[in-house]
Design a protein around this ligand. Structure first.
Ligand code: ADP
Length: 417
């Protein structure tokens, strides 16, 4: 009976300890940035073990050393500690990591493994410590230490508190590092993307002026010249037109960032959009001896869309169908009314698209053929632009193909109204 108040007090203490561990776990698991995460781990380590200070050392595989990465935030010597490497041999922390075990020292000064250099460099006097290894998927990642117990000796409770913290910390640290690496890679990509866009904007702007001069003179020449000179002028003009189309594609890159707000929506008969795209590509189709068929069963069908942008998307798809179909092929465009949408389907009898490329062809600059060996012109932007435009309209675009030389089919799903 006399034990009872003591037992109740012990239970209450245990509940408080477990609650604090749960709180630590919640905070650790909700922190994604590395440095704040390390600070949280250490603050809890020091508090739960009643220590003056706590620190985290992470293992660096390249140098085979441990490095202080964090030390309790209110500790004035912490910044100095952070630059000190700790060797794996001849240090307590190194032994903890190498041998994967907890080390409890009530009197550090008596232990020959104590790495005194850290103390002398930081000016911090370590009297006692308890350290536990941190491991992730069987790999050592570092050591968590509590230093200088404020009163008495280290207890079993201190040991189990640190072990719980260390196991949570190891996972959280690895996740935070992964996020850091991803963020870095993402920033680099972002930077590259910006460079690419700036380059394209400058190049297309600078090319446009001389090109319009070439186009102008080539048109005059073609009108006036006859015979061989006329043929040469036509060749120059055709190449200049191709170049202008490439530059237009580059300029249209900005459509990739298109938001809904940038669309100029109006009610337009679907037939008008299709007719205009057909006119754009008719001469190209004829030049390759293709049969181009357009079927619009419901002529009264009206869509709410940006006439110019949807027209451009459709023209890009028709141009591809013509380009990637050997001479004398068949291209059909059909429209189908569904309950909430209209489907525009462009089918060709061309070279087809491999299954593993059906999604990738919609990425910027992606082309199925290697750019060194490719036989077809273009820059790999047409479909990326078409996709961006159609998605800005709330629609969807995808491709299907039966395989090499069995043609391709492009589906555009455009919401009605
Ligand atoms: P580009 O035509 O300038 O190369 P696109 O973005 O329009 O760029 O198309 C990307 C790639 O998708 C093309 O290079 C081609 O490999 C493939 N592709 C597109 N349309 C077709 C099609 N109808 N048949 C076969 N392959 C196609």
């Amino acid at each position: 009976m006399t034990d009872q108040p003591h037992t109740i007090a012990a239970c209450e203490r245990e509940i408080r300890r477990l609650n604090r561990l749960v709180e630590a776990s919640l905070m650790i698991n909700s922190t994604l940035e590395l440095q704040p995460l390390l600070n949280i781990i250490m603050d809890f380590a020091a508090e739960l073990t009643e220590a003056e200070s706590a620190s985290i050392m992470l293992y660096d595989q390249d140098t085979n050393e441990l490095h202080f990465v964090a030390s309790t935030t209110d500790n004035p010597v912490a910044p100095r500690l952070l630059r000190i490497p700790v060797p794996l041999e001849g240090s307590v922390a190194g032994t903890i990591l190498r041998e994967n075990r907890v080390i409890v020292l009530d009197d550090v000064t008596a232990d020959p493994r104590h790495y005194r250099q850290a103390d002398s460099m930081s000016g911090f006097a370590t009297r006692s410590l308890i350290g536990v290894p941190m491991r992730f998927k069987d790999h050592p990642i570092g050591v968590l230490e509590a230093v200088n117990r404020r009163e008495g000796h280290w207890t079993d409770e201190d040991r189990s508190n640190l072990l719980v913290l260390a196991s949570q910390a190891a996972i959280a640290i690895e996740n935070a590092r992964l996020i850091q690496q991803l963020q870095k890679a993402f920033n680099e990509l972002d930077q590259l993307d910006k460079l690419k866009n700036d380059f394209i904007a400058i190049a297309s702007h600078e090319l446009r002026t001389p090109l319009s001069v070439i186009l102008g003179y080539a048109t005059f020449l073609k009108e006036d010249a006859q015979g061989e000179v006329g043929e040469h002028a036509t060749a120059v003009l055709n190449s200049a037109i191709r170049m202008r189309n490439l530059i237009e594609d580059m300029t249209n890159l900005r459509y990739l960032k298109l938001g809904e707000g940038e669309l100029v929506r109006e009610h337009i008969p679907l037939a008008a959009i299709v007719q205009s795209a057909q006119n754009d590509v008719e001469s190209l189709a004829q030049a390759k001896g293709h049969i181009l068929r357009v079927q619009i069963p419901d002529i009264s069908l009206v869509v709410v869309a940006d006439r110019i942008k949807i027209g451009m998307a459709l023209t890009n798809i028709l141009n591809n169908a013509i380009k990637f179909t050997p001479s004398g092929g068949q291209i059909t465009l059909t429209c189908e009314r569904k309950p909430q949408a209209v489907w525009i389907v462009v089918r060709d009898s061309g070279i087809g698209i491999p299954q593993d490329q059906l999604t990738r062809i919609f990425e910027e600059f992606h082309q199925v053929e290697d750019h060194m060996t490719r036989r077809h012109g273009g820059m790999g932007l047409g479909l990326a632009i078409a996709k961006a435009v159609i998605e800005a309209h709330g629609g969807r675009i995808w491709a299907e193909s039966e395989g090499p030389n069995r043609g391709s089919t492009f589906y555009i799903n455009l919401p009605l109204g």
